[in-house]
Structures are given as structure tokens and as C-alpha cells.
Design a protein around this ligand. Structure first.
Ligand code: PLP
Length: 405
């Protein structure tokens, strides 16, 4: 991770196909485009790769989430259960359709704790949105069971986990719908892009229209299309889809490299008694974009982060607890409901009630967690060296805390 590390002549060739015709838009212009349909081709390739019936490409992962929520009928006042550890796009998309984000604790899977989800359910809950963070999966069986019992929609945010699986099925294809991001730092990149995947023809048809001004795409020319409902413009361009098409053909290669480098790193850190690892409900399905590990205390974790920084090896090691984008503790703008235009009353009330100290169970996990990003370009030597430097930092900090203690 990320796919851009292996950008090359294959991506340039696909983009050039589009530049040759000059038809940069995914719809229409059937004659002049001379049979070049990169967006359609990428949608078919995604369906084939992850074994699902429908894919709708859009302009970003955030647009994919917004489109999926709308297509699933989630709107004003509906509550969406989402984790405290995710990317800001989770609450952005929920707010954008008028719904209420209900922040809910994570467990050692680094995403929704099924127990916490049960407690968060109210009469207004409509959807549970686990986020498959850092390349691996949520505890899906218990979450599916809860959704079934309470008649809730399960929307999988698989933006960070393209190619990962749970019990043989690709993430994103297990709930009512799933979303992917193909932004510049994801496993497969389009530069910017996203996709909604589903096995429901109804959900797909709604995504298809919603992301293109409500066009029904049944007319022979765009001008003749009908608009059964109101949509927006979240279209992807042919240039972006072209990049993704070359990238998705490299997915197996990306996954194989990640698995190898992940295992080199894990073998080294495993030797240390202080280190434990993220709980992964189906380890065989991990896409290995990150190795996420825990230390026994926040103090020790902060010590290791400081030591890595001092040695110049912090880049690539993420301490999410202090991160502005990924952990709710730093989402001041959300707690202040700092929007440019008015929210609805239910949204306003929920956001103003958010307490930075309100999620001690999440704090206890995230304050001890570091995720190491797995590079695609590392040599075996480099992977070992990275592992050894991290191990040395942990040993040094462990020794000093023993002396102090
Ligand atoms: C990247 C990401 C998104 C949003 O994707 P963009 O394409 O950057 O809009 C949403 N959710 C998660 C978990 C992500 O990592």
C-alpha cells in the first residue's frame, strides 16, 4: 500500500487510450469514443474481482458513502451507528444526507464493538456502518446478527480494504452495500475515485441515478433521459477510471507483496513480550496493508512514538490516538458542529452532546495502538531493518520504564 508506488507504463497506456479519443466523460458520445469505455470496464473488473453483481463508480470514497446512504433510503433524523476510529468521511457522508452519526466504541478489532453497537441502538437507528480499517475486517458475524435482529441496514465502509475478505467473501459484498475509495493513497488508486458495490439491483439502480443528477440512463441520448428522483453529480471521469483499470490488474501482485512484508515485520515484533496485535476475525482475509500492534500502556506507547521520531523512523508508523483525521478525540469541528450551513435539529443536538471523554473504552485501545504501513517497494532487507528499528525502540523504552517503575 498504496498502489501509486507501482504506477507505470500500464497506467499510462490506459490513460492514453482515453486521450487519443478526447472523450473524457463516462456517459454518451458513443460514436467519437470509438469503443473506449474505461469506467464501464473498471466496474465490470471490480464485480469480477470481488464477486458481486453491481458496481457504481463515483468521484471519491466520500461520494460513494453519500450515494450508498441515499440509495439505502437513509435520511433526515435517521441514526447511523459508526465507529470512533475511522476517517472523517464517515460522519461527513452521514451528515450530508441529513442523518445523525452515532459514535460508538471500537474494540481490539479496531472497528465497531458488537457489544457497544447493541447498546447504541435506539428506535431511530436505521443503519450500522462498520469501517474495515487498515486493510482488515470488522467482526462481521455478530454485527450481521444484530442487524438482522433489529431489522437494520449494514453498510460496509471498505474504503481502506479493497481485496480483503471475510470467511471467503470480499469485504464490501457482505452487507446491503459496501463502499471503496480509490483516492491517491489507497490500495488501488484512480488518483481520485470511489465505488459502491451491492448485489441488489434496486440499490445499484438508485446509485447509478443519484450519482448523475438522477438520470435514468435509459434514453439513447442524455437529453432524453428521465429523472425519477433528484440526484447530484458524483461522476468519475474516464481518465480516473483508466488509471484504476491498470491498477486493479495489479491487485494480486500488491496483495502478495504486502503479505510477504507484513510477515517479515510481524515475525520480528512477535518476539517482544510487550507487543500484542490487533484482533483479526479472519486472519486469512487480511489484505496486510498495515500491521497494527499494541503496547501495554499509553505511557509506553507514547515513549515508543517519541523514540521512533527521534531516530527518524516514525514516518509510516501511525499513532491514531493523536491523529486529526482518524480518531474522534481530535474532531473539534464535529463536536462544535462547525458547519457552513444549518444542520437539522436532530444532528445539532447529537453533535453538541458529544463528550471528548465519553469513550473511555475506545481511548484505552487507541492510546496503545500503532499501525505500521506496509510498503510495496521494500526489499526484504529493508523490511527487516524497519522491524529491527521498531523492536529496538520498544526494547529501549521498556528498559527505561522498568527502571523508573
Ligand atoms: C479514504 C477513506 C474514505 C474516503 O475516501 P475518499 O476517496 O478520500 O473520499 C472513507 N472512509 C475511509 C475509511 C477511508 O479510509
Amino acid at each position: 500500500m498504496p498502489g501509486f508506488e507501482l504506477f507505470g507504463p500500464e497506467e499510462r497506456k490506459e490513460v492514453n487510450d482515453v486521450l487519443e479519443t478526447g472523450i473524457l466523460m463516462r456517459y454518451g458520445f458513443d460514436g467519437p469514443r470509438k469503443g473506449i469505455w474505461k469506467s464501464k470496464e473498471l466496474e465490470a473488473a471490480i464485480c469480477k474481482t470481488i464477486n458481486c453483481n453491481y458496481t457504481q463508480l463515483v468521484s471519491s470514497g466520500t461520494a460513494a458513502l453519500t450515494t450508498a446512504l441515499a440509495a439505502l433510503g437513509i435520511g433526515a433524523g435517521d441514526e447511523v451507528i459508526m465507529p470512533t476510529f475511522t476517517f472523517v468521511a464517515s460522519f461527513e457522508s452521514v451528515l450530508s444526507v441529513g442523518a445523525v452519526p452515532v459514535l460508538t466504541d471500537v474494540d481490539e478489532t479496531l472497528t465497531l464493538s458488537p457489544e457497544a453497537v447493541r447498546k447504541a441502538i435506539t428506535l431511530r437507528t436505521k443503519c450500522v456502518m462498520p469501517v474495515h480499517m487498515c486493510g482488515a475486517m470488522a467482526d462481521l458475524d455478530p454485527l450481521l446478527k444484530i442487524c438482522k435482529e433489529h431489522n437494520l441496514i449494514l453498510l460496509e465502509d471498505a474504503c481502506q480494504s479493497f481485496g480483503a475478505k471475510y470467511k471467503g467473501k470480499h469485504l464490501g459484498t457482505i452487507g446491503h452495500a459496501g463502499t471503496f475509495s480509490f483516492d491517491f493513497v489507497k490500495t488501488v488508486t484512480c488518483a481520485e475515485g470511489g465505488g459502491i458495490v451491492t448485489n441488489s439491483e434496486d440499490v445499484y439502480t438508485k446509485c447509478d441515478g443519484y450519482s448523475d443528477h438522477g438520470h435514468d440512463h435509459k434514453g439513447v441520448d442524455r437529453g432524453a433521459d428521465l429523472h425519477p428522483f433528484i440526484g447530484y453529480n458524483y461522476r468519475i471521469s474516464e481518465l480516473h477510471a483508466a488509471v484504476g483499470l491498470a491498477q486493479i490488474r495489479k491487485l494480486d501482485q500488491f496483495l502478495a507483496i504486502q503479505k510477504k512484508n507484513h510477515s517479515i515485520l510481524k515475525n520480528i515484533l512477535e518476539e517482544l513480550p510487550e507487543v500484542s496485535f490487533r484482533s483479526i476475525p479472519d486472519p486469512a482475509g487480511d489484505s496486510h496493508t498495515f500491521l497494527s500492534w499494541f503496547l501495554p500502556t499509553e505511557e509506553m506507547t507514547r515513549g515508543v512514538v517519541a523514540e521512533l521520531k527521534q531516530q527518524g523512523v516514525l514516518p509510516g508508523n501511525f499513532y491514531w490516538f493523536d491523529n486529526n483525521w482518524h480518531y474522534f478525540r481530535k474532531w473539534d469541528h464535529l463536536r462544535q458542529a462547525a458547519t457552513l450551513s444549518k444542520l437539522n435539529d436532530a444532528q445539532q443536538k447529537t453533535l453538541m452532546a458529544l463528550d471528548p471523554a465519553g469513550y473511555p473504552a475506545s481511548d484505552k485501545i487507541m492510546s496503545r495502538c500503532i499501525s505500521t504501513a506496509i510498503g510495496l517497494l521494500w526489499t526484504e532487507e529493508q523490511a527487516k531493518e524497519k522491524g529491527q528499528k521498531i523492536a529496538a525502540a520498544i526494547k529501549k523504552v521498556a528498559a527505561t520504564s522498568l527502571q523508573v517503575g
